[in-house]
Ligand binder design. Structure first.
Ligand code: SAT
Ligand code: MN
Length: 592
């Protein structure tokens, strides 16, 4: 690739610590060319053209999907790899039983061996980025070095990338160093290593989003959660959504669900037809950075500027906003193609696939046409529901925090924690049936506290203690809730329609925050009575609501024992207050 020496010098000279690090990495990895990204649209288009010329990016039908491209990954490189993801702290206990751990010196040695000479014949891209609005005091910057132009394109969409970020780094001083190479995509030579004490990341052997777009899970969750603890805030796996009622009052909610539980859908929800005058505004769909404000409330920014969402299931009925958002200027990864070169995925009502996600003629015997974890990368600004406050430097005030998971049984449609401490227990008890976003078996229940199991960059015991401390500092803390959209009847049929209808539950949640809704005091927390939810215009199966709001003390006794056993793994570091809260919860359920 041709570099413009003038341009390189200008950007490199903006920041001595960055260029010193780039030189050091170039010596190790030996690229043919070093290219500093300025983040301009012209640069984006140039890289697109290069990838198209190399057949690494396929332009899609320009009439139906203008500005859209398809990328196909290596078939073994389609999801995050939690068993190959490590948190490398000097003290093993600081990473905790919730993380894979390796001593930092050993991890550096092992990774540097992989990186040695790995960029021969390739271009080294320097990608300065800012997580959060460029002028927000809550934002944090990083620089990713990568040999993948696909990563550069995605980082341009997902973050505030380029010159402005580099200027902010010069001003801030500190930045997160992320070194990435796709290597040879050999799963045996694939590792994602985090060094929170050094604010650095080394990722080798994968081009997949969560493994390769280092600003996302690696920086904005694992490293940032560590930074947040030392600085007194929270970095969470949460969407941020504003709900506006017909009176024009907007409440912001932050919701934590494990990957592929519908966070993007909830963040872009379309109100049901009977909810006239209601509007939903998206601030973020995956990550929230939460800061205690001077007024005693909690304020949230979305560190990202784009969506890296699951494609299958997206259609005009399930999520019209997402469907509109990805009609143009979108990078699709691992979807199928129709005969006229339109992207296709399971859940679309029209079109039919002729080429599958691996580029083979479509044959149902090979499984789904689009990979179940196929993704779209798209600028958040394309969302028709993009919030006016999505770029607000001070963030949005959070009225409620909502936890949830995929549970066939047990968890009712919604319940409210009794107070902050109980809410921390509710969050710590989140569990979900596994999905396609991570490699491994699908459909197994696993503990996923605060939906952060794969993302907390330190010991969960310390993380829960930090949550308790943050709550204690808030004069007007958000109310905490738990929802379950995925409850099924005995025949395995979903009891709740989900999607836009979820607004009915969010409405009860908001009304609880403003003191407008009634609730029953139950063994697990506050719950709506059958008449407390606004269900006009909704056709639920007979008995479904009772089942959705049923609490089985027997199942809950088993669940709380399971939570207790899980927490025991954290030994003496577990906060005493959380242990006591669990015992209280157990007493309430025992007496029910
Ligand atoms: O990890 S990714 O960000 O690639 C997708 C997800 O699990 O949210
Ligand atoms: Mn996620």
């Amino acid at each position: 690739m041709a570099t413009a020496p003038q341009h390189v010098t200008t950007l490199a000279s903006l920041n001595q610590p960055v260029s010193a690090w780039v030189d050091e990495v170039a010596k190790l990895t030996q690229p043919d060319t070093v290219y500093w990204c300025d983040g301009s649209d012209a640069e984006f288009q140039m890289l697109e053209r290069q990838l198209v010329a190399r057949k690494e990016l396929l332009p899609l039908n320009a009439n139906t999907n203008p500005g859209c491209f398809l990328s196909r990954s290596h078939p073994s490189d389609v999801a995050r790899v939690e068993h190959l993801t490590f948190v490398c702290t000097r003290n093993k206990d600081d990473a905790g039983p919730n993380n894979n751990w390796m001593a930092p010196e050993q991890a550096h040695r092992q990774m540097d061996e992989l990186f040695r000479g790995c960029m021969k014949g390739r271009t080294l891209y320097v990608v300065p980025y800012c997580m959060g609005p460029i002028d927000s005091p809550f934002s944090r910057c990083g620089v990713e070095i990568t040999d993948s132009a696909y990563v550069v394109l995605n980082m341009k969409i997902m973050t505030r990338m380029g010159r402005a970020a580099l200027e902010r780094i010069a001003h801030d001083g500190a930045f997160v160093r992320g070194l990435h190479s796709i290597g040879d995509l050999n799963p045996d030579r694939r590792f994602i290593m985090h060094f929170p004490e050094e604010l650095s990341i080394k990722s080798f052997g994968s081009g997949y989003g969560g493994n390769a777009l280092l600003g996302k899970k690696c920086h904005a969750l694992r490293i940032a959660s560590w930074q947040a603890r030392t600085e007194g805030w929270l970095a969470e796996h949460m969407l941020i959504v504003g709900i506006e009622n017909p009176q024009g009052e907007i409440h912001y909610l932050a919701c934590a669900f494990p990957s592929a539980c519908g966070k993007t859908n909830l963040a872009m929800l379309i109100p049901p037809a009977s909810y006239k005058g209601w509007k939903v505004w998206t601030v973020g769909d995956d990550i929230a950075w939460l800061h205690p404000g001077k007024d005693g409330r909690l304020y949230a920014i979305n560190p990202e500027s784009g969506y890296f969402g699951v494609v299958p299931g997206t259609n005009a009925k399930t999520n019209r906003n997402a469907y509109e958002t990805i009609r143009h200027d979108t990078i699709f990864t691992n979807v199928a193609l129709t005969a006229d070169n339109q992207p296709w995925w399971e859940g679309l009502s029209d079109g039919k696939p002729v080429i599958d996600w691996q580029g083979r003629p479509y044959d149902p015997a090979n499984g789904p046409a689009a990979h179940p974890n196929s993704r779209f990368t798209v600028a958040a600004k394309q969302n028709p529901a993009y919030s006016k406050l999505a770029d607000a430097p001070g963030g949005v005030p959070i009225s409620a925090i909502v936890f949830g998971g995929r549970r066939r049984t047990l968890a009712p449609l919604v319940y409210q924690a009794r107070n902050w401490l109980h809410g921390v227990l509710v969050g710590a008890g989140v569990a979900s049936e596994t999905t396609a976003a991570a490699t491994g078996a699908v459909g197994v229940v696993r503990r996923d506290p605060m939906a952060m199991k794969p993302f907390a960059g330190y010991n969960f015991a310390d993380y829960w203690a930090h949550w308790i401390n943050v709550g204690a500092r808030l004069k007007s803390p958000p109310q905490l809730f738990h929802v379950n959209w995925f409850r099924q009847d005995a025949a395995g049929k979903f009891l709740w329609p989900g999607y836009g209808e979820n607004l009915r539950v969010l409405r009860w949640i908001i009304d609880r925050c403003t003191g407008r809704a009634k609730a029953r005091d139950t063994a697990i927390g506050y719950m709506p009575g059958a008449g407390d939810l606004h269900l006009d215009g909704l056709d639920l199966a007979p008995g479904a609501l009772d089942e959705l709001l049923a609490v089985s003390p027997a199942l809950w006794r088993t669940e709380l024992a399971g939570i207790g056993a899980y927490m025991d793994e954290f030994g003496a570091r577990l906060p005493k207050a959380l242990q006591a809260e669990l015992e209280d919860a157990q007493k309430r359920v025992a007496g029910a």
